[in-house]
Structures are given as C-alpha cells and as structure tokens.
Design a protein around this ligand. Structure first.
Ligand SMILES: C[S@@+](CC[C@H](N)C(=O)[O-])C[C@H]1O[C@@H](n2cnc3c(N)ncnc32)[C@H](O)[C@@H]1O
Length: 282
C-alpha cells in the first residue's frame, strides 16, 4: 500500500513496483463498473455478478454513465473556478476522458493524484499518467480507509498549502459504517488536511429514489463479497458538514448542473440512484 507511480509524458518511470494479485475468480467492484460502462477490463465472475445486478436493477449502466458524467462536469466546474490540484480516490479502471484529461483541457498545468486499492487499476494506471507536459499526474496504490497513507503519498506531488479538489466518486458506498472505518469519519480526516479554497466532490449510491431496487442491489454485491451501503440524502449531506455546498446543492447525479450531453441521454433520478454534490472550504 502507498506505492506511488508518477508520470509526465514519458513511460519510463511508471512500472508497477507492487506485487499484483488480480484474483480473477471473484467479482471486483472496479471491474463490474467497467462492465457497466462498456469496458473490456473485466472477467467472467465480474460479468456474472454484474448480470445479477442488472437483473434486479436494469439501469445500472445508465447509473454508471450518469456518475461518470457527474465527474466530468464537477471537475470542469472546479477547473474553471481556478482549482489546479486534484486528489481522486477510488479512481476506477481508466476510462477516457479521465479526470486529468478534463482538468488539463482547461488548465494544462493541473496536477492530479489518483488512488485506488484494486490491483486491476494499478495494472492499467499508465493510462492515468500521460499528463500534459505543463502538468503532472501520479497514481498511488492505497486504501481510502487509511487516509494518512493516501495523504502522505499525495503530498509528494500536491502542495497542501494551496487549494485541492478531493473527489470521492462512487467509492464511499463501499465503506460501510463501522466503528473503525465509517465513511463520515474518513471524510473528516481528509477534510481536516485540506486548506481553505479546497473542494470536496462526492457521488454516492442512495436508496431514496428506489428503495426496494437498491436493497436488492446491496444484496447482489454482498453475495459477490463486496458489501455496499447506500445512504440517505441526510447521511450524504452530512459528509459536507462545515463546508459550503455549491449550487445546486445535493442533487441526483444527472441533475447536478446538467449540460447539453445530459439532455441527449436523460436519466431519471431512480435510474441514477446516486447523489452528487460539491462543496468548498471557505
Ligand atoms: C464504482 S468505481 C468508481 C470509479 C470512479 N471514481 C468513477 O466515479 O467513475 C469504485 C472504485 O473505488 C475503488 N475502491 C473501493 N473501495 C476502495 C478502498 N477501500 N480504497 C480505495 N479504493 C477503493 C474500487 O476499486 C473502484 O475502482
């Protein structure tokens, strides 16, 4: 854990140095998500578990796309607002455009640190490292439940005296509320280290729009060995406590500042089944 790879425009310094055990015999959330998005980085157990999820929640693909589109729009909004440093935890299998591509289109000098704990993401991380020459990207193989490990690796590339956008998209529902690693406690540990002007971006599964469907999805993931905990609007909003929510506040992911691409493929709240929000530390 905490292994770091950095990249600019070369590939020479990005070889993985951690032992990789892909464990292709059990389903993994990153590979199931890749399957929903139409990617090819998934194996039979992932596709089988994803098929079970699609059987109880046929909108899983549009939910994944809506979540991804929320990441695009929120990153763009923050880059346009002047943020130049990003820490993206629970990055997922690279799917272009990745976060640094969005940010660097607006500000090529942007620096982006990615982190995920799934070895499959590590093996594909070179795609995250092709930074614009003016900027930098890095990938850290680390667990969000160990904030110090993520933060100490991130400090090597990011300046923690200047604003940083922390994104936790579609990851915290994989962190159930237990005494040791509750999602709220974790988020507070990260927020405490971010200076004024920083942003917190979160998307998260919710049962609010389709409680029975989402209870079935939770069961499918539990059966596949990956517990999921959807959270209510109030539980979600509490992640941002003390920070100032940007307009439109807490919204179903497709309703967070929709643009022309959202209009082309409308997704209902019950199909997205996720909240998204962005807040600033003043
Ligand atoms: C559904 S994908 C979301 C990918 C991307 N953030 C997005 O929104 O498009 C969830 C990602 O969180 C990662 N993840 C789950 N639990 C994690 C943990 N404890 N630490 C780090 N990453 C984790 C998974 O490996 C997966 O890549």
């Amino acid at each position: 854990m905490g292994e770091r790879m950095t990249g600019d425009t070369t590939r020479s310094d990005i070889e993985p140095t951690v032992e990789v055990n892909l464990d292709v015999h059990v389903a993994h959330s990153a590979r199931m998500y890749d399957f929903y998005l139409g990617g090819t980085t998934n194996f039979a157990p992932d596709r089988e578990a994803a098929a079970h999820a699609l059987a109880v929640f046929p909108w899983a693909r549009s939910a994944a796309r809506a979540n991804r589109a929320f990441m695009h729009r929120s990153t763009r909004a923050l880059a346009e607002a002047g943020i130049r440093q990003f820490l993206d935890i629970g990055t997922g299998i690279p799917t272009s455009p990745n976060l640094h591509e969005i940010a660097q289109r607006i500000a090529p000098q942007s620096r982006v640190v990615y982190a995920d704990n799934d070895p499959i993401v590590l093996t594909h991380a070179q795609h995250l490292l092709h930074s614009a020459p003016e900027g930098r990207t890095a990938y850290v193989h680390a667990d969000v439940r160990e904030p110090e490990s993520v933060l100490s690796a991130a400090r090597e590339l990011l300046d923690f005296s200047r604003p940083i956008a922390l994104s936790l998209n579609a990851i915290l529902h994989f962190v159930p509320d237990t005494a040791a690693t509750g999602a709220h406690r974790l988020v507070e540990a990260f927020k405490a280290e971010l200076p004024p002007g920083s942003a917190l971006v979160v998307s998260h599964a919710t049962q609010d729009f389709a409680p029975e469907d989402i209870a079935r999805v939770e069961q499918v993931y539990a059966n596949a060995g990956t517990p999921v905990q959807a959270r209510t609007r109030e539980e979600f909003a509490r992640l941002f406590s003390g920070w100032e929510l940007l307009d439109p506040g807490v919204a179903a992911t497709p309703r967070w500042r929709p643009d022309e691409t959202s209009a082309a493929e409308p997704v209902a709240d019950a199909e997205a089944a996720c909240y998204g929000a962005v807040a600033l530390r003043r």
